[in-house]
Design a protein around this ligand. Structure first.
Ligand SMILES: Cc1cc2nc3c(=O)[nH]c(=O)nc-3n(C[C@H](O)[C@H](O)[C@H](O)COP(=O)(O)OP(=O)(O)OC[C@H]3O[C@@H](n4cnc5c(N)ncnc54)[C@H](O)[C@@H]3O)c2cc1C
Length: 376
């Protein structure tokens, strides 16, 4: 006999945790199956940036804004650290400054976002280098969490609320409402939600090509400030980020900037590097990232990629003020045009895949899904 639940969730990353949180609030019985002893996928390997500003269009930005509100609520309920840190996009090249000015005069520049002159930036972060700085775009809407804390606090709290978690439980098949694990257990769900991150490939290989999913692999580092370094206080990024997120895509000067960056930042552009920095409650920084695409990506971390990340970081904060204390790689699925993917792939079996801004969108996407699952 298999144990029966309203919903069986596969994967205890942020997709599974946030979905279980919404469903538990609705009084549904939930079982979360996780193959590892604790979640160790993208949800513990990211910056912890709730990056509302970076969304490709207004509709997704609105969803990110709703998600941010859930993040705040979940933080006080589940007990993890959350800071509404805001963000600065720093401009050191005239074309970067031009793109920021174009964004600032567009309809997307709302929610208290504004341009700062170079002399105003220090009052937001004294660590930012002002040599050659032309100005910055300030946005108050970005949040910060420590991802490693979130998924573990989340699971612990949900267990206390009656959600069943089975760790070390690798799902091997899903047939007619029954989920089987490699140790021979079976779990029945009125609905089954499959959120295994990139491992979706193992459970539903056919959907990879059909949907147009592909993997993205990133290199990341954690830095600890040396004695004299002050806090950053805010998320930081600079010119390379402008070509990376969809919110700047309609700025007329962006193509010229990208052409110029191919000359100025050869190694960085070659490895898909743009540098983001988040600061956690203990003062450590998460710094990244590079982007390699496809399932044939080299399994080895490359020191020259980390060097190129640190070179770009050193443009806007003094890299010598920090020691590298950890390095890692992370993987998520991506799609050319979708910001995330939710689809009923078999009767009552729903696949949920979050992509590059999946932490940001998670609680918003799973709020919608938790409504839809039991809508008649
Ligand atoms: C380096 C990096 C930096 C990022 N930075 C940010 C950021 O700052 N802000 C942002 O918004 N987004 C960011 N993202 C994206 C975000 O982290 C992901 O979109 C999100 O974490 C995906 O969550 P998930 O739960 O879908 O997948 P995952 O976190 O990968 O979780 C999937 C879980 O399913 C489990 N699983 C897999 N197969 C099975 C199986 N067969 N049986 C049981 N369990 C299984 C896995 O063990 C894993 O724990 C980043 C991603 C990476 C990699």
């Amino acid at each position: 006999m298999s144990a029966e639940f309203d919903v069986v969730v596969i994967g205890a990353g942020i997709a599974g945790i946030s979905l279980a949180w919404h469903l538990n609030r609705k009084g549904k019985s939930v079982c979360v199956l996780e193959k590892s002893a604790q979640a160790e996928g993208a949800s513990v390997r990211n910056f912890g940036m709730i990056w509302v500003i970076g969304q490709a269009n207004q509709e997704i930005e609105n969803l990110a804004g709703q998600s941010l509100e859930f993040w705040k609520e979940a933080s006080s309920e589940l007990g993890f650290w959350f800071k509404q840190s805001g963000s600065l996009h720093l401009a050191y090249h005239p074309l970067e400054w031009q793109v920021l000015k174009e964004y600032a005069s567009s309809g997307r520049c709302c929610e208290g976002r504004k341009l700062l002159g170079a002399s105003e930036v220090s009052s937001f972060s004294s660590q930012v280098k002002t040599d050659g700085l032309l100005g910055a775009l300030y946005s108050p809407t970005e949040g910060c969490v420590d991802p490693r804390e979130v998924v573990h606090c989340g699971a612990k709290w949900l267990v206390q609320k009656g959600v069943k978690f089975c760790f070390d439980s690798m799902v091997t098949s899903i047939r007619s409402g029954v989920v089987s694990t490699s140790d021979g257990q079976e779990f029945s769900g009125k609905k089954i939600v499959v959120c295994p991150g990139p491992d979706l490939f193992s459970l539903y290989p056919g959907h990879y090509e059909k949907v147009g999913l592909y993997q993205t692999v990133l290199q990341m580092m954690r830095l600890r400030p040396k004695n004299n370094a002050e806090n950053l206080g805010i998320h930081l990024c600079a010119g390379l980020t402008l070509g990376h997120y969809g919110n700047f895509k309609n700025c007329p000067s962006l193509p010229d900037l990208i052409e110029a960056q191919k000359q100025m930042w050869k190694a960085q552009m070659h490895h898909g590097i743009h540098v983001l920095v988040s600061e956690h409650s203990d003062g450590t920084l998460t710094v990244g990232d590079s982007h390699a695409y496809g399932r044939q990506v080299s399994p080895y971390s490359d020191e020259s990629i980390d060097d190129a990340i640190l070179e770009a970081l050193n443009q806007f904060i003094d890299r010598d003020n920090y020691d590298i204390i950890q390095r890692w790689r992370g993987t998520y699925n991506t799609h050319k045009s979708l910001p995330y993917w939710v689809e009923e792939i078999e009767d009552s079996v729903i696949a949920l895949n979050l992509f590059g801004t999946g932490m940001t969108l998670s609680f918003g996407v799973t709020a919608k899904l938790s409504e839809q699952l039991f809508a008649s």
